[in-house]
Design a protein around this ligand. Sequence first.
Ligand code: WT7
Length: 640
Amino acid sequence: MSTALEDLIFNPPAELASNANAKPEIYEKANADRLGFWDGLAKELVTWFEPYDNVLDDSNPPFFKWFTNGKLNVSYNCVDRHANSHKKDKVAILYESEIGRKVSLTYGQLYIEVNKFANALKEIGVKKGDRVTLYMPMIPEAAIAMLACTRVGAAHSIVFGGFSSEALRDRINDAQANVLITADGNFRRGKPFPLKANVDKALEDTPSIEKVVVVKNAGNEVSFVEGRDVWYHDVMAKAADYCEPEKMDAEDMLFILYTSGTTGKPKGVVHTTGGYLVQTQATMKYVFDIKEDDIYWCTADIGWITGHSYVIYAPLALGATTFMYDGTVDYPEKNRMWDMAERYGVTVFYTAPTAIRTFMKWGAEYPKKHDLSKIRLLGSVGEPINPEAWMWYRENIGSNKAPIMDTWWQTETGAFMITPLPGITPLKPGTATNPFPGIEVDIIDENGNSVEVGYLVIKSPWPSMLRTVYGDDDRYVDQYWKRFGKYYFAGDGAKRDEMGYIWVTGRVDDVLNVSGHRLGTAEIESALIEVKEVAEAAVIGRKHEVKGEAVCAFVILKEGVNNSPELIDKMKKHVATKIGALARPDDIIITADLPKTRSGKIMRRLLRDIAEGRAVGDTTTLADPNVMANLKDKYADTEH
Ligand code: WT7
């Protein structure tokens, strides 16, 4: 009899278990005294300028405060304390660009760069409490810019370089940023991608921006606005090499990161300094089992939360070596990633299921060309990992020995929430297993009762939680706390197996997960109805073998407009211009009707049934049940 992959069990390798940072007592300790557990970690992992008086202030839920009145500086914790120790000459950041430019910065060198850029920021007018937008490639200067912002007490707002100029403009305006940091461009498949040109377009309508700092990276030609734009290397050349770090409160804002929600307007998720620095480090230390000589590579872009927490802040705060690659995964060949993993001697590797499925499709011959035997631990994040991809990852990248840490978390949670621990947890392909010690989650039904299959909630505040939606406390309360009162609702569905393991099944709200990137159906719909031929649009995610979900739009055209390939193309292009290439619809199905309830709500569930070829579910609440048969025919007739 064959065993289904998801029933296989992989015990921790004995050697890893005996040397692991996390021993089984960690769960007992956290269960016995949850706040005491976080208190211990806060004291161990953070260097405080002034101690906090309270671990958690829960007097005004859901506006929780952690480590109240504690004073610290994040750049001090990520750089100074290592630069002033035996780690001074240890490599902090390793970097390689697509065209092969290499940089290696020790903690001592990073210290100087961060101090200088912090002074440069002050010189151009950045003050404590300001917001600075970053629109940058994965270059060391991005890390330096983030750390320099934290040093002077300004919050950064990083906008992923793949977002369009309109998306950039909206995020700058929402944050009211006074400074923007960018680069001339970066290389994609060997060609320079013109970041600065996108910036110039966005800045036509961003009155708050006073200065733009441009890193010379790709060498492509750029236009400069006199008095507004300055080169990074020019301001650095004049900057003094010490800048006193601001004493920040544990609850001061560290950064804003925009993420998609269920309405058209992205939310500015706000993270603060103290709790964030505690939980990101704790999870990195215990889940990735970071040791002095590890070479750690997380493939996420700094434009996403994974890039913030696990490319920059957690690894640097722990004094580890973090590797950054700026480029495409198959340039010049499909073995690029494994070539770098071998050359740099990567020991811990963290990526997303969509990337693993892509590598899987290309075939095992590419990793096989390289010696990946140093990889001792693997991580996965972004969406549920299918057991086939999990097995392929373990066998081909993990040399059939490296445990896979399937880490469930969100932009809002800041750090891992549900994850195995490598020396403790027996693994099953496809499940993130258990809550991290000190984290309390449950699966509940509509009425808040604990069930085996239902909504995933977090039952108590955690240190790295979001504090609000920037400028919109009401939206924070409505979005995350309204549905279940005292529990944080994550937007995901989940089930529990007989071992008590949690299997996250995916979003249950109108949020899509395309290649691990988050998109709101409402955002794409509002872009589509801006096209003048479009009367109405409904967007869903349909299952996609590599991307996880593909964007699928059902569109009603205005009276008298005829469908044509040019029109379909125009709609797809408009979405890409409006949001970014990642939101471009895979399919657009032109239809005369959409399935709606009598109150006019579009039933996206039924559209998903059609797009995924399932028997259509309950249609009794539809205003016009005939709509479904027509739609099915239309879907079958459309190329996809
Ligand atoms: C959503 C959060 C956290 C960094 C990347 C995405 C899904 C994330 C897992 C996982 C199952 C996962 C959830 C979550 N997700 N990791 N290990 N297993 N689902 O951050 O853009 O904030 O998206 O990604 O649906 O709610 P994000």
